[in-house]
Design a protein around this ligand. Structure first.
Ligand SMILES: [Zn+2]
Length: 428
């Protein structure tokens, strides 16, 4: 950090000298005027510094030849100018350019610094994706135009999000193969400290594709902190089939040591695929039907029998929710049965649901163990993954477009402030 400290001290001193030494007229209408002027200057200075720094990274006297991809030697031709779109705007710089007799040209400096000439820098792509995973591409474009001295079209922001999603896909591909490699498994397991208790929640949600609504499957691995609040969430999502998604669930569980946790709790709604998968992947885990979801069946009966939102509906719901949470399943199912005349469909659905999930509804036991029985973590994950972005009004997605954006968004939800999808840890 010595160099950056040197730069900062020097620039601050220079700025002070410049400001104090100016003897002409200087009138600003407001602080806002000043901020805008200073911001513009800082970006111009930023471009200048990035250019100088990039060029200083090259050897003073370029090598006469470098190895070409074909194996032959490429010859130095000249210093060639290029442009990179950075956080400070269009930044031009010069670097050594080589051409081989096979016809291929190359700039070793670009390669070393990860510069794609003419394109957004990785940092700018990250910022573009950070906005694009949260807001519609058009809105993001407008917001960014206000913040950065570079115009990014909605298409550029979409490209950044898609590219982030592709990075997630390739990291997942590596993880998928590592997680099925027995040698890797034991090697990693030795290095990981098993956590006491980890939760896995899985769910599906719908998103509007070009050819209609389709299901995406999402999962989140998380822990509960000392105050029983969800923490350390790792989200993942895919448009995959159940089997493909199960592989991803296993890989992510393996990555975060869920398979090593002393106690793994799987929380889900009543979907049959979730419990089949949980039974196959994590037979020793505790399987719990999310209490909020289970109670929603009672809500439907109450609404059908007494009218939505009426005091009678609310009273019935609260009484029977207590029966559910206290584990009085037989009594609860009988109560559902007695409301069959008033709410035939809802009562039948609830009884079926409680009967099928009997072993996953032992709430008194789970609560005695101090387990979360319905955190809403998954509900909120699906809302955040789907509703808040994929379901924006008027949005229609290609399958791959939705898939990649959802994956980038899962990384955003997992990492929040540290969003850096282009530098995801890749499993060796
Ligand atoms: Zn060559």
């Amino acid at each position: 950090m010595e160099f950056s400290a040197y730069l900062q001290a020097g620039l601050e001193a220079a700025a002070e000298t410049l400001m104090r030494g100016y003897e002409g007229e200087r009138r600003a209408g407001s602080l806002a005027d000043m901020e805008q002027v200073v911001q513009g200057i800082l970006h111009a200075v930023g471009r200048c510094m990035v250019k100088e720094w990039v060029e200083a990274e090259a050897p003073k006297y370029p090598d006469e030849t470098v190895v070409c991809g074909c194996g032959k030697q490429a010859k130095y031709v000249r210093q060639r100018e290029a442009v990179s779109l950075t956080l400070h705007g269009k930044t031009s710089y010069r670097r050594a350019y080589y051409v081989c007799e096979c016809g291929q040209g190359q700039c070793p400096l670009d390669k070393r610094l990860g510069i794609e000439p003419g394109q957004m820098s990785v940092e700018l792509q990250t910022i573009a994706a950070l906005f694009g995973v949260q807001e519609a591409y058009a809105t993001s474009s407008t917001t960014l135009a206000r913040l950065l001295p570079v115009e990014l079209s909605p298409n550029s922001i979409r490209a950044a999000c898609q590219s982030a999603g592709e990075t997630v896909l390739s990291a997942e591909a590596a993880l998928l193969s590592a997680s099925t490699d027995l040698h890797q498994q034991t090697a990693t397991q030795r290095g990981q400290v098993p956590v006491e208790r980890m939760y896995l929640s899985v769910d599906g949600f719908q998103a509007p594709f070009e050819d209609g609504w389709h299901e995406l499957k999402a999962g989140v691995l998380w822990r509960a902190d000392a105050n029983q609040k969800a923490c350390d969430q790792h989200y993942f999502v895919d448009t995959a089939t159940i089997d493909e998604f199960a592989n991803l669930v296993w890989a992510k569980a393996w990555e975060h040591g869920a398979d090593l946790a002393k106690q793994l709790v799987v929380l889900g709604d009543g979907s049959v695929w979730i419990w089949k998968m949980a039974k196959r992947l994590f037979p020793k885990a505790i399987h719990i039907v999310d209490a909020f979801h289970a109670a929603s069946y009672l809500g439907k009966i109450a609404a059908d029998a007494f009218g939505e939102g009426t005091p009678q509906a609310l009273t019935w719901f609260n009484q029977h929710k207590s029966l559910l949470l206290e584990g009085h399943l037989a009594q609860l199912m009988h109560a559902c049965h007695t409301l069959r005349p008033q709410a035939p469909a809802a009562a039948a659905a609830a009884r079926r649901y409680f009967a099928n999930n009997r072993t996953r509804l032992r709430y008194p036991k789970y609560r005695a163990l101090g387990l979360q029985i319905g955190s809403g973590v998954m509900e909120s994950a699906c809302k955040q993954l789907g509703l808040q972005r994929l379901k924006l009004a008027g949005a229609r997605w290609s399958k791959e477009g939705a898939r990649k954006l959802a994956k980038a968004r899962a990384v955003f939800l997992s990492d929040k402030g540290n969003f850096s999808p282009f530098t995801l840890p890749q499993v060796a």
